[in-house]
Design a protein around this ligand. Structure first.
Ligand SMILES: C[C@@]1(CC(=O)O)C2=NC(=C\c3[nH]c(c(CCC(=O)O)c3CC(=O)O)Cc3[nH]c(c(CC(=O)O)c3CCC(=O)O)/C=C3\N/C(=C\2)[C@@H](CCC(=O)O)[C@]3(C)CC(=O)O)/[C@H]1CCC(=O)O
Ligand SMILES: NC(=O)c1ccc[n+]([C@@H]2O[C@H](COP(=O)([O-])OP(=O)(O)OC[C@H]3O[C@@H](n4cnc5c(N)ncnc54)[C@H](O)[C@@H]3O)[C@@H](O)[C@H]2O)c1
Length: 215
């Protein structure tokens, strides 16, 4: 049943190939660019949005149909053409090269699928139905969006800042673990939700660390 492994992949500066330039390719391309991928699209045509992005130099467009050998140098592949046989051929080449491949027309021909995604700054929530119901994945993602407000973005920035200071100041693993656990018990998230949070100065952070070091 649990066939798919959820992971968070760093594609920053890495070459990702998308075959096809329509609606689905566009939906896959935008998060790839947001994640800093070096995006190459091979397709005889492009959607309006993708075309504008190619014009701005945000992605490379190779204006022709897919041909075997096109996947050289990629770390990730999306077969998003509307031709099942083409997507099949792309998946075959990816398999030979040992590359993860997503197949839009029939997911079972590929090796990974795309979840619905909600982002709040450093927080990412990914929702997958393992392919059972893509619309349901989108709807559940929207429901979760209603539960997790915008306050999570500054909250995670705050946690990141304190965690960085703690890791810098505390060499002892035991003390670090205690501080990081206490960090999670602060009421900062509620304060941020209510708009009453006052940003901590570096002095306040250091004094909080000093006061919470002991068991
Ligand atoms: C979540 C989301 C992310 C994204 O794509 O970015 C996503 N599909 C979304 C929307 C959506 N997709 C489809 C519809 C029309 C309604 C319907 O058919 O249900 C809608 C609804 C809409 O458009 O509103 C049709 C469809 N989808 C797939 C197939 C082929 C197949 O089942 O094999 C067909 C039939 C094609 C045909 O028949 O021609 C396959 C996949 N779609 C997946 C992801 C993967 C599984 C995710 C999971 O459940 O875990 C998987 C397996 C592979 C993949 O694409 O990675 C995104 C919502 C983003 C958002 O808005 O939040
Ligand atoms: N996975 C999903 O979430 C999902 C959702 C809806 C539809 N689909 C399926 O995904 C496929 C694509 O859907 P779409 O709405 O993006 O279609 P679309 O018609 O908008 O786009 C298809 C694109 O494929 C390109 N193409 C055609 N032949 C090609 C080739 N030989 N090489 C490279 N590119 C080629 C076309 O030029 C076009 O840009 C369809 O099979 C559809 O059934 C998947």
């Amino acid at each position: 049943m649990n066939k798919y492994l959820p992971i968070m992949l760093d594609v920053g500066g890495r070459r990702v190939m998308v075959i096809g330039g329509g609606t689905v390719a566009e939906r896959k391309a935008i998060p790839l660019l947001e994640a800093g991928a070096e995006l190459v699209i091979i397709s005889p045509s492009l959607s309006g949005t993708l075309s504008a992005m190619a014009g701005d130099g945000r992605l490379e467009w190779i204006s022709r149909p897919y041909a075997p050998g096109d996947l050289q140098g990629a770390v990730l592949v999306y077969a998003a053409s509307d031709d099942r046989a083409v997507n099949e051929a792309v998946a075959g080449e990816a398999r030979l090269l040992g590359l993860p491949v997503n197949v839009a027309s029939h997911a079972e021909a590929g090796t990974f699928i795309t979840p619905g995604v909600l982002r709040r700054g450093r927080l990412t929530v990914a929702v997958s139905t393992s392919g059972a119901g893509p619309s349901a994945a989108a709807e559940i993602t929207q429901r979760i969006a209603g539960l997790l407000g915008e306050e999570y973005e500054p909250y995670l920035d705050f946690l990141h800042e304190l965690r960085t200071v703690i890791k810098r100041l505390e060499p002892a693993a035991e003390v670090r673990a205690r501080l990081l656990q206490r960090l999670g018990q602060l009421e900062v998230l509620d304060e941020m939700r209510q708009g009453t949070f006052i940003p901590w100065t570096p002095e306040k952070i250091e004094s909080w660390v000093a006061c919470n070091r002991e068991a």
